[in-house]
Design a protein around this ligand. Structure first.
Ligand code: PEP
Ligand code: MN
Length: 365
């Protein structure tokens, strides 16, 4: 089945690529919503104000959203700033509330896209309504489920339709909260070249430091926009405190990004292509190294609990011999292999040391 969708630039909302959506993870108070909105609007680069009104939380007893009163705060912020408004819907009742309040754009969250019953309920509530909708990828890397979500909304008659790539849950310890699995977004783009895909670097990164990298990568993959969580005081946010950025930081981030064109220059492009292949491989190496060091920390805890020394010469020799043989077979030089392994070992010991000493400090308290 093909999707019948309009590009963001044809939504009639004055939007163009890249569409920048920002605002708090959750609406908490009127002041927080309106102040955040005013400060991000002042950057002159944000088109749409986001805020979660109903929050799907992993564990019970967490803040589950302020409810419909937050929609009024979004409207107040819209009046004061001129930004469009967007929020997440997971049920037919949410859709009704948003339509009543006049919210401009709706999105289906990742935890809803996984459930066809829920997506269908949202789609049924949207029948006969003309409002832009974005569908986040499901939390599991299942392209069919993501496409199915888009199809259900499309079949309800929604053509101002786009997708949001927010990464995929994993049990693995990685530097990301949700693995980007860029190939999923690329495959979606290959299947539906006319479908706009917006990237949500905040939920992919899960921490402020990795957001710029994820944003740039998304832009370089020709995504149509970014949804970045921002908050006037992120450290005290009621949800997703680690990944929200202040309006000032958002401004710096947006200024630091390079917006490139998707059209390929006719000549002289080979070097860029090769460089970008190297960049991608270096990114993978960093990601693997970060995962490796996270495991080293777990080993540190184990050694601490079992009173084992950090350094075990036998184990280290075994690693070095095996890896040098493998590296040589792969064509890597002796000197490089020796220096590289020493560096990795040094960092591993540093990380284990931190864990072991931090734990004994805590135990002493
Ligand atoms: C959100 O955007 O705050 C949210 C709940 O995201 P996701 O559906 O991607 O988990
Ligand atoms: Mn969030």
């Amino acid at each position: 089945m093909s999707l019948n969708t309009k590009k963001i630039s044809d939504w009639g909302l004055g939007l163009d690529k890249p569409m920048i959506i920002s605002g708090p993870c959750s609406a908490e108070t009127e002041e927080q919503v309106v102040t955040t909105a005013k400060e991000i609007a002042a950057l002159g680069k944000v088109n749409v104000l986001r805020a979660g009104i109903w929050k799907p939380r992993t564990r019970p007893n967490a803040f589950e959203g302020i409810g419909p009163v937050g929609l009024e705060w979004l409207n107040t912020a819209k009046k004061e700033t001129g930004m469009l408004t967007a929020t997440e819907v997971a049920t037919g009742a949410h859709v009704e509330e948003c339509l009543k309040a006049g919210i401009d754009i709706l999105w289906v969250g990742a935890r809803t896209t996984v459930n066809p019953f829920s997506v269908q309920e949202v789609a049924d509530a949207l029948k006969g309504v003309d409002i832009p909708v974005l569908v986040k990828n499901p939390i599991n890397p299942d392209l069919g489920l993501w496409i199915g979500g888009l199809e259900r909304i499309n079949q309800a008659g929604i053509t101002r339709l786009g997708a949001i790539h927010r990464g995929f849950s994993t049990f693995e310890k990685t530097p990301f909260r949700n693995l980007p699995k860029w190939s999923m977004a690329i495959e979606m783009k290959r299947k539906y070249p006319d479908l706009d895909i917006v990237c949500d670097p905040s939920h992919i990164a899960g921490n402020r430091d990795l957001i710029p990298y994820v944003c740039q990568k998304a832009l370089d993959l020709d995504m149509s926009g970014l949804m970045i969580e921002s908050h006037i005081t992120p450290s005290v946010a009621w949800s997703d405190a680690a990944q929200q950025v202040t309006p000032d930081a958002l401004g710096e981030l947006l200024d630091s990004l390079t917006f490139r064109s998707a059209s390929v220059p006719s000549a002289g492009n080979e070097l860029d292509k090769l460089r970008s292949e190297i960049d991608n491989l270096d990114d993978d190496i960093f990601q693997k190294m970060a995962s490796r060091m996270a495991i080293a920390e777990n080993i540190g805890s184990y050694k601490k609990d079992n009173s084992v020394t950090i350094l075990q010469v036998g184990r280290w020799e075994e690693i070095v011999n095996k890896r040098i043989a493998l590296g040589k077979a792969m064509g890597l030089g002796d000197e490089f292999l020796d220096a590289f392994l020493k560096l990795v070992h040094k960092e591993s010991i540093r990380r284990q040391n931190i864990v072991m000493n931090a734990e004994s400090e805590l135990a002493g308290k």
